[in-house]
Design a protein around this ligand. Structure first.
Ligand SMILES: [Zn+2]
Length: 85
């Protein structure tokens, strides 16, 4: 289920498959400081994408990047889920 916002599809849940390229490797965006080994390892293995510490747009309730296709690098936006460190 998704709705369109500013030409971006907002996803309610993590997509199983990239609608653009069909890849099934979708990484989670993680926001905050990624200074622990578990997070670093997940990043190196391509299971997560580090979104940095800029959460102003998230706090404002605007759509944010929640997942990334590791096949084509396309971002998926959401405004309902949050990965906090
Ligand atoms: Zn893709």
């Amino acid at each position: 289920m998704s709705i369109e916002h500013n030409n971006q599809f907002l996803h309610q849940v993590k997509p199983n498959q990239c609608p653009s390229c069909g890849a099934k490797t979708i990484a989670d965006y993680v926001y905050g400081l990624a200074d622990d080994q578990k997070t670093q390892k997940a990043h190196q293995e391509g299971r997560i994408v580090l979104g940095g510490c800029d959460m102003g747009h998230i706090c404002a309730g605007e759509p944010y990047r929640a997942w990334r296709c590791m096949g084509c690098g396309g971002d998926f936006y959401s405004h309902v889920l949050m990965n906090w460190l």
